[in-house]
Design a protein around this ligand. Structure first.
Ligand code: FMN
Length: 204
């Protein structure tokens, strides 16, 4: 039985990874809140009694935060929410960003920043990471490298979780960091690292 289960897990994981693709065109359909919550939990929720998460973090420091811009989510008022990894819940912190402000921050006119039903912002407390790992590298910047690598792990979890929810998404990093930070309502001390636009694939 154990072997059959291991074989099944292998097939599922390898199939998901090989099917993962970026999706940039979304239907008007709202994202269901239950699917959104599962995706967020997969990306950054505490997933065991050891307090750890599905994405790795250097020294288990967890400098990343997820902020959700909900435009069209069935079961959730539009607005900006922060994700609490401990209880896998959302807390409303602000209205959504001014329409057009995410597109204005794009370096490549990424329209999907405005059209996606949901935009998940991966942000980080860079100072925390820089301080924590200051002695690991002569220039003291190792913490910044760790933040970017950790955001990549979170992004892959987002891509794969979106796929199993029959949704699609795109990781967006081609942005003017300062313009983006101004457009968003993020936790104090956090700066945006990447955005993940999420919705139903127009091609499916
Ligand atoms: C670090 C990183 C930054 C990216 N930034 C953007 C972006 O700013 N805009 C965008 O439309 N796609 C962006 N992408 C998505 C890539 O264009 C996409 O992954 C690539 O074309 C390969 O296609 P695939 O994801 O379907 O395999 C980014 C991907 C990565 C990994």
């Amino acid at each position: 039985m154990a072997c059959a289960s291991a074989e099944h897990e292998r097939e599922v994981l390898y199939s998901l990874v090989s099917r993962r693709r970026t999706v940039r065109q979304f239907t008007d359909a709202p994202v269901e809140v239950r699917a959104l919550m599962r995706i967020l939990a997969c990306a950054q929720g505490v997933s065991g009694t050891d307090g750890k998460r599905g994405a790795p973090s250097a020294h288990a420091l967890y400098p990343l935060r997820l902020t959700v811009i909900a435009r069209r989510v069935q079961g959730l008022q539009p607005g900006t929410y922060t994700f609490d990894p401990q209880r896998a819940g959302l807390d409303r912190v602000a209205p959504g960003p001014t329409p057009g402000s995410l597109l204005a921050a794009s370096l490549a006119d990424d329209l999907w920043l405005e059209t996606a039903p949901v935009v998940i912002v991966i942000s980080a407390d860079h100072d925390l990471a820089l301080r924590h790992f200051a002695d690991q590298q002569p220039d003291g910047l190792r913490g910044a490298r760790y933040v970017d690598v950790e955001a990549g792990a979170v992004a892959q979890n987002l891509y794969l979780a979106a796929l199993v929810e029959d949704l699609g998404g795109v990781l967006v990093m081609g942005v003017d960091d300062e313009a983006l930070a101004r457009a968003l309502t993020l936790p104090a001390a956090n700066k945006p690292v990447a955005l993940f636009c999420l919705g139903q694939d127009q091609r499916s």
